[in-house]
Design a binder for this molecule. Sequence first.
Ligand code: ZN
Ligand code: ZN
Length: 349
Amino acid sequence: MKAYQLTAWQQPPEFRDVEVPEPGPGQVLVKVGGAGACHSDLHLMEWPEGTFAWDLPFTLGHENAGWVEVLGAGVKGVEVGEAVAVYGPWGCGRCRACRLSRENFCERAAELRALGGGLGLNGGLAEYLLVPAARLLVPLGDLDPVDAAPLSDAALTPYHAVKRNLHKLAPGTAVVVIGVGGLGHMAVQLLRALSGARVVAVDIDDRRLEHARELGAELVVNSRDGADAAERIRAFTGARRAAFVLDCVGAQPTLDLAVQIVGRNSQLTVVGVGGGVIQLGQLTLPFGCSVCTPLWGTRAELQEVIALAQNGRIHVDAHYFGIAEGPRVLQELREGKIMGRAVLVPDLD
Ligand SMILES: [Zn+2]
Ligand SMILES: [Zn+2]
């Protein structure tokens, strides 16, 4: 099968012919339905060698769903043909964090030398994906894996970020989502579904801001003009400012904006991997403001996200492409032309 692989750091990925993997004991082979193209794919390609202790090559694609194709010896509890989302952070499965389903915070991450499929190990930009353990598969029920793939990252990552701060999101408080791309368009919906907070969306593209408004953002602000954006948001929040700022970009201008709009005893959470830095120390931020850079979400939370999608409370706005179109999709993602999420679908090749 063809696989879209990262073969050298700071080089574009390549299509390579690889063997269809055979699942060993405990493993599961999944036929890929869809694999989301994530902005972090662009960032990881740009990292210099040694940023992470990951061995090359590996197949990209860390946001996957599909159908169970072959069960390795001893696998029970999943059926061949079953529709599943693939939980992305592949932990050791045995440490305390992993046993609590928090494999995103696996205590043995350093020795695993990979974060998961598409991030150090072979991911979903191929016809088949080898999943190392059945516990990493979450049943999708009636959801189509082609549509559901982005739930495993674009929805799970903001879900985790929001859920851990729900106690700060009393009705009437203001929350600001910066960046209305794959993660951001899910974040707006999740905040609407889970809290009574008033949602402000920030982006530099008016089409994405219109999208955010359709999804329930009360105020949308184009931050292309810098200082004016902070003023407009502060006019909306008043002196209380934002109780929660979720930065899905993480670049220097967005972090600078976040610092200007966040309130006292608030939460500033950065999930975008844009390389910006926040100065943290007394008097650099409002008193009581917590800063967090979480990673992805837990296995249990993926189940919850899927339940929200099944109940129609959230939906992914996706655009579909064949895997052969990977290079064009990544280029359009880089240029900010993708609305919602781009999903690469092997069956479209
Ligand atoms: Zn991602
Ligand atoms: Zn672990």
